[in-house]
Design a protein around this ligand. Sequence first.
Ligand code: NAD
Ligand code: TYD
Length: 329
Amino acid sequence: MKLLVCGGAGFIGSNFVRIRVRDHGDEVVVLDKLTYAGRRENLEDLDVPLVVGGIEDPEKVAEALGDGVDAIVNFAAETHVDRSIAEPDAFVRTHAVGTYVLLEAARERGTRYLQVSTDEVYGSIEEGSFTESSPLQPSSPYSATKAGADLLVASYAHTFGLETLICRGSNNYGPYQYPEKLIPLMVLNALHGDPLPVYGDGQQVRNWLYVEDFGRGIGHVLAHGTPGEAYNVGGPDECTNLEVVRRIIELTGAPESLLEYVTDRPGHDRRYSLGSEKVRALGWEAQVRFAEGLERTVRWYQEHEDWWAPIRSGDFRAYYERQYGRSLS
Ligand code: NAD
Ligand code: TYD
């Protein structure tokens, strides 16, 4: 299969490209704006062409599509909730205008289109799990603009008969995740002896999905999904944030005294949970339990200082100071 992977230089996108090239022999072209989160080195070991540009730029999209592809898979997004609270602008542009430009390009060419989305579009749930027919009730500028993109995708299937698919993943973790997110942030702070900033009471619950399981799930939906449908792809285990941080303390051997409760995130969603029966019925199953995946992830960060050192000594420091009101060591 020939794929255009938008946002393929980011965390999940680059893991997906690796799976497609190595395990499926796919031909892949990546279109990525290389924001702070998009990094060439995430694709360094792969021989895939990278077109640098935004999905909101129709000329770059046309360049990346070249003579045509079998499908467009769109990971391109601004992905950090805290940044969407501080500066929502890019979230609106990329998720609304960017998704629209890609959909138009897909419609002109009659190309199958898969939108990578998130459990956050459903909002928070105290008990039970969301299904694909649950209402979208997003609560942050990140999740609201992602939900808007999902609705636009669905409208292109309904109105124009475009072959669209939506994959809503739960919280991903694994190699190549930018250290603004909970797990890599805590792992790197623990390795450096920096405080581990837990928002609020730390009792928020997330449903953890190993990034390779999500990548396989997206491939599965692309091959076997019914056009026009959305599929939840949830992880096998849920865990409170405090429990995640305690496990990281154990795995890294950091002192418990690093744990620090800090001011809560405004509008913080309490719990996310996805029911994934629909994608399971297509034959997908998560393979990596949280305990094993977290161990693998901690080991990857311990062994890849070459990957994270330039990030942690670069612009990330200024972001960290703004967000946490203190410096990194
Ligand atoms: P990421 O921030 O690591 O990567 C995003 C990538 O998109 C980067 O390479 C960035 O350069 C690129 N990008 C941003 N704006 C762009 C634009 N306008 N044009 C082209 N490229 C652009 O994010 P991620 O965690 O890999 O998330 C990928 C997708 O998966 C997103 O759509 C996100 O909403 C979704 N998702 C993420 C999670 C998670 O836990 N990380 C869970 C479920 C779904
Ligand atoms: P995050 O990785 O930002 O993902 P999301 O908000 O999209 O679920 O955060 C995961 C959880 O961890 C979330 O409840 C917020 C919390 N969190 C902290 O407690 N401290 C932190 O420094 C960060 C980044 C997140």
